[in-house]
Structure formats: structure tokens, C-alpha cells
Design a binder for this molecule. Structure first.
Ligand code: FES
Length: 147
């Protein structure tokens, strides 16, 4: 996606006012919660998983405009992907959608809280559903070292 800073600013404001995929999935296959200790904002992500694909994803909680916008974008990126592809989602996949690649360190936790929650949710799901757990610890490490 391309656009100037004003377009990105508008997108962030818009997503924060009208978040996409906001809500809960009652019969989710996995859910995870985490918060930003600096501000207390918190995000829960619920996922429905069928045949190793994320068939539905929703989030709820509260966060600043950057947090809500990035979570909206992340859920859109994730929906419909295979679990293998979800594993490969990186921080720049989210940040670049909103022109936030050069975000100040102090705001990076706002932008990446939901990615941390997503990776932790995936780790939790794979940990309880896979017979062969080879390699899933890298997901946990990814989540812990995002910022
Ligand atoms: Fe709380 Fe950004 S200020 S997540």
C-alpha cells in the first residue's frame, strides 16, 4: 500500500473509531490476552481454526489509536491464512500497512501488542493440538522478543 503521511494518519484515526473484526467468538478454538504494562491497555484475540486455517478472528479490549489500528490490520492480514502463514507474519507486515515502519520506540509496544497476542495464541493452540511440537518454541521466543 502506498500513500503520504496524511493518508496513514486518516487510516489510523478511522480504524481506531471503527475497528475491524472487533468482538468476541464464543466458540473459539483459542483465545489469548495480554496488556501493555506502560499504559494498562489490553487486547484479547479469539480465533476459530479449521483444517489448519484461521477461519475467523476477532479482538476486543482497549488501546490507543495506533494499537486499535494495528490490531484491525493484523486481524485482516490473519483471517483466512494457514497456521504456517500466520507463523510467518512479521512486525513490518503490520507496520508498513499504516506507514509506521519508523515508529518511535516508545510507541512500538502500542503497535505490536496485538502481534504479540497473536503469536502467543498460536503458540498456545499449537502446543495443545500438535503431536509434533518441533519448532513451536520459536513462536514463544518471537512473541517475547517482539519489542
Ligand atoms: Fe496504550 Fe498505546 S498507549 S497501547
Amino acid at each position: 500500500m502506498s500513500g503520504g503521511p496524511d493518508i496513514y494518519h486518516e487510516m489510523i484515526v478511522d480504524y481506531s473509531r471503527n475497528p475491524i473484526n472487533y468482538g468476541e467468538i464464543e466458540n473459539h478454538d483459542v483465545t489469548f490476552h495480554d496488556s501493555n504494562p506502560l499504559c494498562g491497555d489490553s487486547i484479547d484475540i479469539d480465533m476459530k481454526i479449521d483444517d489448519n486455517k484461521v477461519t475467523d478472528i476477532k479482538f476486543h479490549g482497549k488501546g490507543c489509536a495506533i494499537c486499535m489500528a494495528c490490531t484491525s490490520v493484523l486481524t485482516e492480514i490473519t483471517k483466512g491464512k494457514s497456521l504456517d502463514d500466520v507463523r510467518k507474519i512479521e512486525k513490518n507486515d503490520v507496520l508498513s500497512e499504516l506507514g509506521l515502519e519508523h515508529l518511535q520506540a516508545v510507541r512500538i509496544k502500542c503497535a505490536l501488542l496485538s502481534l504479540k497476542v497473536l503469536k502467543s495464541a498460536l503458540y498456545t493452540y499449537l502446543g495443545s493440538n500438535l503431536d509434533d511440537k518441533t519448532g513451536i518454541d520459536t513462536l514463544k521466543t518471537d512473541a517475547e522478543n517482539l519489542y
